[in-house]
Design a protein. Structure first.
Lengths: 224, 231
């Protein structure tokens, strides 16, 4: 038991350290979502009441697009110096690598969300009518849903031609139910309505897709 | 035996399709409120059923491929997804043509429409993956995606379930009443469409198999003689 968690920890720490030194992913994600916030703000010019209606959609679309930036870099980093091939021939379990990568992306996207949310609140004059802890729950489950599928599909798209384009093509259709649940839950909470159905749906989605990704990841990693 | 069965099935399908066309356009009674536009229903619903069956076949074949790694299962998965996307496209095109005169709108974000559209998106992305990945890995990656895509379907259904539904109740098991003659025509059309889909899948299967054999032969040839046969 200790070996797989050790590998997970080592890979995760390596990724965090790399990111801490270069700050490639987080900078490009931040700037990208900042642009999305500003462009949307110009295009819609909403009042406080309207923005409460559309903010859920805006926030998550911005985070989804920004997350793709980080997800695309997940495995591209390992292609240099044939690290991925080395991993494949090593006896280390594939799933510890997958969990490390997913956790890494989860941390990156969460940091992005934590930094961007104040900006959203200021620019769109948001004030939640519902309980804020529910928003945190939605953010956690929602981010995990994007990241677990995203990491999996990034490992797939790295094997294709035009890999950067391939990831959103694979990720977005499958993420539609999760995205719908995140947006609906956020909008419902902001407007002070119940969001229980959506949160439960999101949690189930997370559970099912995490399980299946773990079951299939070794196959995808070793596909040749 | 197999060679003779194919043209026989082709002729049978052609006869069945023409008979179904006659039944749908002439024999079936005209709907009281909607008029003749309702007849598109005999194409819309059978296409939808056929597409759903083909997507299910795709899921089954992908699971079989993941377990047994038989190339035949991979070809079945590929073929059923391709033909399924075509039938799903027919559903998405005939639907608005019917909806415009009856509902007064081309499109609405109703449960069944939206989930069919998402299903279509998922399988189009599946075909994209097959097209863009390098040949050796395609079957495994595609099979993994097919499993995830199929698991997504119930989530799509439940998430869109919260939207107000405008679509007519399902014909089977929906509690709605339908003229028995209409049901008869519908089932004949479905049979004809399924035969047609099967025929197309079969010929596409043979084509794909042949293509792979040709590719393999080329690969073998270039192994034997590195200077010649560079294509």
């Amino acid at each position: 038991m200790s070996a797989p968690t050790g590998i997970t920890r080592a890979t995760l720490l390596k990724d965090l350290r790399l990111e801490w030194r270069s700050k490639d992913a987080i900078n490009s994600m931040l700037f990208f979502s900042l642009l999305v916030v500003i462009v949307f703000s110009f295009s819609f010019d909403p009042t406080a009441e309207e923005s409460r209606q559309i903010a859920g959609g805006l926030v998550w679309v911005a985070f989804l697009f920004a997350a793709v930036v980080a997800l695309n870099q997940t495995w591209a980093r390992e292609l240099r110096n044939q690290v991925l091939d080395a991993y494949r021939v090593s006896p280390a379990p594939a799933n510890s690598l997958f969990i490390a990568k997913t956790l890494g992306n989860f941390i990156f996207v969460s940091v992005l969300e934590a930094l961007m949310t104040p900006l959203f609140i200021v620019f769109y004059r948001l004030r939640s009518l519902g309980p804020v802890w529910q928003l945190l729950l939605v953010a956690g489950f929602g981010t995990w849903a994007l990241v677990v599928n995203g990491t999996f599909f990034a490992a797939m798209s790295i094997r294709t031609r035009s890999r950067e384009i391939m990831l959103p093509l694979l990720l977005f259709p499958i993420s539609i139910p999760a995205l719908l649940a995140m947006v609906q839950a956020t909008t419902a909470i902001l407007n002070g309505e119940g969001a229980r159905f959506w949160i439960v749906l999101l949690a189930t989605y997370d559970l099912v897709f995490t399980t299946v990704c773990l079951l299939l990841f070794e196959t995808v990693l070793n596909a040749e | 035996m197999m060679k003779r069965a194919f043209p026989i099935l082709g002729v049978l399908t052609a006869i069945l399709l023409s008979y179904a066309l006659y039944m749908a356009l002439v024999w079936a009674p005209t709907e009281r409120t909607m008029g003749d536009v309702q007849r598109i229903f005999y194409y819309h619903v059978p296409s939808a059923w056929t597409a759903f069956i083909l997507f299910f076949v795709n899921f089954g074949a992908s699971v079989v491929y993941l377990i047994k790694r038989k190339p035949a299962a991979d070809i079945v998965a590929l073929v059923s997804a391709e033909v399924g996307v075509v039938f799903c496209t027919v559903v998405l095109i005939t639907g608005p043509i019917w909806a415009r005169p009856v509902w007064g709108i081309w499109w609405t974000w109703d449960m069944r429409l939206t989930s069919t559209l998402v299903l279509w998106l998922i399988y189009v992305s599946y075909l994209f993956l097959r097209r863009f990945s390098s040949s050796g890995q395609t079957p495994l990656l595609a099979a993994a995606l097919a499993v995830l895509g199929a698991l997504c379907v119930p989530f799509v259904y439940f998430s869109i379930w919260f939207f107000r539904t405008q679509h007519p109740q399902p014909v089977m098991g929906g509690g709605g009443s339908i003229d028995p003659r209409m049901l008869h025509v519908l089932l004949i059309n479905w049979l004809a469409f399924s035969c047609f889909a099967f025929l197309v899948c079969w010929s596409r299967y043979r084509l794909e198999k042949l293509q792979r054999e040709v590719d393999q032969a080329h690969a073998m040839e270039s192994l034997k003689d590195p200077r010649g046969s560079v294509r």
